[in-house]
Structure formats: C-alpha cells, structure tokens
Design a protein around this ligand. Structure first.
Ligand code: OFO
Length: 158
C-alpha cells in the first residue's frame, strides 16, 4: 500500500505531466501555424512523451492499490513570439519538473517507501535526458541568433 502522502504527491505529478503535454501542444500549434513542421513534429513527440509519463504514474498508483485522482488542468500560455522564446520556456519548464521529481523522491525517502524510490529512478534519468535535449536545441538557436536560414535549417533537422 502506498503511504497517503506519497499517493497524494504522485497524483499531483500526474496533473503536472498532463499539464506539460498541454503546454507542449500549445507550442506545437504555434510551430504548425508557421509551417515549421520539423519543430511542430518535435513538440508533438514531447506531448506524447508527457502523456506516457502521466500514464506510467497512473499505472503505478493502481499497481500499489492506490487511488488515482484528477485535478483541473490550467490553460497554458498560447501566445508565442519566437522559437527561441519557446525553447527557453521549455527548458525552464523541464527544470521545474525535475525539481518536482526530486521532491517526490524526498517524500519517498522520508516515508521509507523503497518501491517508489526505485520507480522514480526512471523519471530522474528521463529528466536528465529531457533537459539535455532541450538545452542542445537552445544552444543551436543561440549560436545562430535567429537568422531565417538557420531557423529553416534547424527545422528540417528536427
Ligand atoms: Fe515529463 O518530463 Fe517533461 O515535463
């Protein structure tokens, strides 16, 4: 059985993962509306990953005989001005998610919930990978300083 404090915190994380999918859907739609199909496709794969993350937690709570709860999903920002702004926001958001995963891990330790500590290790590694892949794209954007050529080049690479 999951400790109640752990179950509550994991349920909040399900909401954050679905909110991440919502935010990245907003970004995807901005890119798609500008015919930047490579960026849109990249964002769409993030949307699917976030929904997969939420599902992993959903399944885990059920497996531990817990109760899944659902909360309101906040509207994401929908107005974007540049691809650079979007990737800065994505990196900031992923850092926030990393900090929340660390909080979950601390709760699992405090509650002596070893199974959840093991479960969260996948998410800890995943956050390292996610932050790194976003940072790499942002580095390329910063290097090329938003020239039209570089945007199209990066778009076709994505
Ligand atoms: Fe679920 O990792 Fe991004 O937010």
């Amino acid at each position: 059985m999951l400790p109640q404090k752990m179950e509550d915190a994991l349920n909040e994380q399900i909401n954050r993962e679905i909110s991440s999918a919502y935010l990245y859907s907003s970004m995807e739609s901005w890119f798609a509306s500008k015919s930047l199909d490579g960026f849109a496709k990249w964002m769409n794969s993030q949307v699917k990953e976030e929904l997969n993350h939420s599902r992993k937690i959903f399944d885990y709570i059920i497996q531990r005989n817990g109760n899944v709860k659902f909360f309101d999903i906040e509207s994401p920002k929908c107005e974007w001005t540049t691809h650079k702004e979007i990737f800065e926001k994505t990196l900031e958001h992923e850092k926030y998610i990393t900090s929340q995963i660390s909080n979950l891990y601390s709760i699992a330790k405090d509650e002596n919930d070893v199974a959840t500590q093991v479960f969260l290790q996948w998410f800890i590694s995943e956050q390292v990978e996610e932050e790194n892949s976003v940072k790499k794209i942002l580095d390329k954007i910063n290097l090329t300083e938003c020239s039209c050529d570089s945007i199209y080049h990066l778009d076709s690479n994505l």
